[in-house]
Design a protein around this ligand. Structure first.
Ligand SMILES: Cc1cn([C@H]2C[C@H](O)[C@@H](COP(=O)(O)OP(=O)(O)OP(=O)(O)O)O2)c(=O)[nH]c1=O
Length: 191
């Protein structure tokens, strides 16, 4: 049985390592991440996690792990910003308020696909011009949903969360361990 991490996110590999798990293979899925018209954040994140898991080529005994992290402000989905201007727009929208981070995970083995969702609330302070400009210049917003990474410099903007830190970062390790064990992956072996 091979474990295939279907993700190009270095965070997900790192968070899996927190469980002592090293994937046999990393195959980032290539799917269309555009939300459907009127699609809400939670169904969107779940659809993407599932589609990613189905897009990764795997043998019948292989275990595929995929995830999707979506930042939501109410009904609005904030994906990965296309450029610094969009990152600035997102951070201005998020600053001084609470938003939601949804991470859906999908584990596939053969025909079987198991999914879980982890919801977190995040409060971000209102950013001063100096903070915003320094953060944009750091480039740390790139490739991250909502245009920030809580595990980096943007941690300075986040005084409060309710939920799961690992889920906000991209992979909820508790749910991941549970789903991997559920499809028979030896998460809890004694070395
Ligand atoms: C909110 C937040 C997101 N992120 C990251 C996690 C994900 O990598 C990214 C959300 O985009 P995703 O589309 O979930 O993942 P990805 O495109 O990076 O990788 P793949 O689809 O191949 O698995 O945002 C952080 O690192 N920290 C944070 O605080």
């Amino acid at each position: 049985m091979r474990l295939i991490l279907g993700s190009g996110s270095p965070r997900r590999k790192e968070l899996l390592a927190q469980l002592g798990i090293v994937p046999d293979l990393i195959l980032p899925p290539d799917i269309d991440e555009d939300p459907r018209k009127g699609e809400l954040p939670r169904p969107y994140a779940m659809r993407l996690a599932r589609e990613k898991a189905l897009a990764v080529p795997a043998g019948p005994e292989d275990v595929v792990l995929c995830a999707d992290t979506t930042v939501a402000m109410g009904r609005r989905i904030l994906g990965k910003p296309g450029d610094a201007g969009q990152a600035a727009e997102f951070l201005t929208l998020l600053g001084g308020r609470r938003h939601q981070v949804i991470t859906a995970i999908a584990v596939r083995r053969g025909e079987r696909v198991l999914t879980r969702e982890s919801l977190s609330a995040v409060k971000m302070k209102r950013l001063s011009d100096a903070e915003l400009n320094a953060y944009l210049a750091s480039g740390d917003w790139q490739g991250k949903a909502g245009g920030y990474g809580i595990q980096g410099l943007a941690g300075a903007f986040i005084p409060w969360i309710s939920g799961s830190f690992t889920a906000i970062m991209g992979l909820p390790v508790a749910e991941t361990a549970a789903l991997l064990a559920a499809v028979g992956y030896p998460v809890w072996r004694q070395e």
